[in-house]
Design a protein around this ligand. Structure first.
Ligand SMILES: [Zn+2]
Length: 305
């Protein structure tokens, strides 16, 4: 095992960017420029980091489905839009430790009763409702502090971004967007939540007991982390709809539905849809796929033979 040690502090490997060109106003919306506005992932950085640590990317494998998705039955002819979900350089963006920890921004001074705090509270309430809705299908836990969050939902305006018009060579004027979701990958050495959960369930073992980690489980695994910037400038109804949509991305649906009756339709509509059967059919298919996430880097044999 010479030369296979991986510094467990090696973190953020690369960041990719997803842009939702959703409009502030309800009604018609052309999106369609997701691709042209997405920054290409810096896979090279990742490969260099992996090479430096004498390791290579984990082999893609499927994870066991969480029970919430095991229970989900593919129904009737509703179908899905799995073919519109984008593959990332590490495979599908499947969560593998549950519950997924979600941090939602809060007002600094919660005791103060000003109109701006009230608006913030309304925003929080809408976001928490979206978390609760997805929580039916994937175990989610809202945490009070941003540290250790898998998904952070921040109350901020996404940065304006100009896009290049390829025909004219001119930059289009940037426009306000309602949300933006980013992800990054890192090597996680955190105590495995699955192990804690398993210990707690077996024979009623007291959950405060510290589980024994074996060597495999304590190895750093390739992990993902999401940040959602969600505008403070929308009505409660659209904050909920946007939070629902962006959470869908952060839970692994990295793409859009062509039907406006799905939460993951590519733009805002006048009457925002609930999470649909097709949304969950798609989610389940994603979670059935192999991914490099959640697995240890593979040690390379020494080159001197
Ligand atoms: Zn989107």
């Amino acid at each position: 095992m010479i030369g296979t040690a991986i510094a467990s502090t090696v973190l953020v490997i690369f960041t990719s960017l997803q842009v939702d060109a959703q409009l502030q106003t309800p009604g018609f919306i052309p999106e369609g420029n997701l691709t042209s506005q997405s920054a290409p992932p810096k896979l090279n950085d990742f490969l260099v980091a992996a090479e430096l640590s004498s390791s290579s990317l984990p082999v893609p494998q499927a994870h066991p489905l969480p029970s919430t998705l095991v229970q989900w039955q593919y129904t009737t002819g509703a179908g899905d839009y799995f073919s519109d979900v984008k593959l990332t350089p590490v495979g599908y963006l499947v969560w593998f430790r549950f519950p997924v920890k979600v941090y939602v921004a809060r007002p600094l001074d919660q005791a103060e009763a000003s109109p701006s705090i009230q608006r913030f509270d309304n925003w929080v309430e809408a976001v928490l409702q979206a978390v609760q809705e997805w929580g039916v299908y994937l175990p989610l836990e809202v945490i009070a502090q941003p540290e250790g969050a898998d998904i952070s939902i921040l109350r901020s305006r996404p940065p304006l971004q100009a896009s290049l018009n390829r025909e004219t060579g001119q930059f289009n004027l940037p426009r306000a967007r309602s949300a933006e979701t980013n992800y990054e990958f890192y090597l996680s050495t955190a105590v495995d939540r699955n192990i804690e959960a398993d210990t707690g369930e077996s024979q009623g073992t007291a959950s405060h007991q510290i589980p024994q980690l074996n060597a495999t489980q304590s190895e750093p695994v390739l992990s993902q982390r999401f940040t959602i910037q969600l505008s403070p400038d929308q009505t409660v109804e659209y904050t909920l709809a946007t939070a629902r949509h962006e959470l869908g991305h952060a839970l692994g649906i990295w793409g859009h539905s062509p039907l406006e009756t799905d939460t993951m339709y590519f733009s805002q509509v006048r009457n925002p849809p609930q999470i649909s059967v097709r949304d969950i059919n798609t989610l389940k298919r994603i979670y059935e796929q192999p991914t490099r996430l959640g697995w240890s880097l593979v040690s390379q044999p020494s080159r001197e033979e």
